[in-house]
Unconditional design. Sequence first.
Length: 152
Amino acid sequence: MPDEGPEMEIVHLLRAVAVELGAHSTRFAQRNDMHPTDVRALIALMDASRAGEEMTAGRLGAALGLNSAGTTALVDRLEKAGHVRRVRDGRDRRRVTVEVDERAVTLGRAHFGPLIGRAVDLLRGYDGRETAAIRSFLAGVREAAAEDGRAP
């Protein structure tokens, strides 16, 4: 383990942030009668939408590490609750994508909006170089965690 220098202090702080964000997400799930995986699914769907990508149930399941039956149950549950909708492809009626309903976005904004607003305000206090360093660090940690998750 590396020495307990300033780098490790930041690593410990990042871990604490991850724990707090997880707890914040869990509170949202509990208050809205959702499973934590439901919240992860909604986030994955919103991220795909923001990136201009369509999300099929299969792709969603892969992103969440769910099998086909688990993914179907998840999408059924979210659809029944009014959080998502299945949309048939106009060109290939066999292809179905999953989209987040605006009601789920509104619900999420009500809970996560204040936290996101505070984070944005904090980031506005940094100059372009500092923001680039923060982005690079977080992207690197995310990639390292993703690689670790893919390791046998």
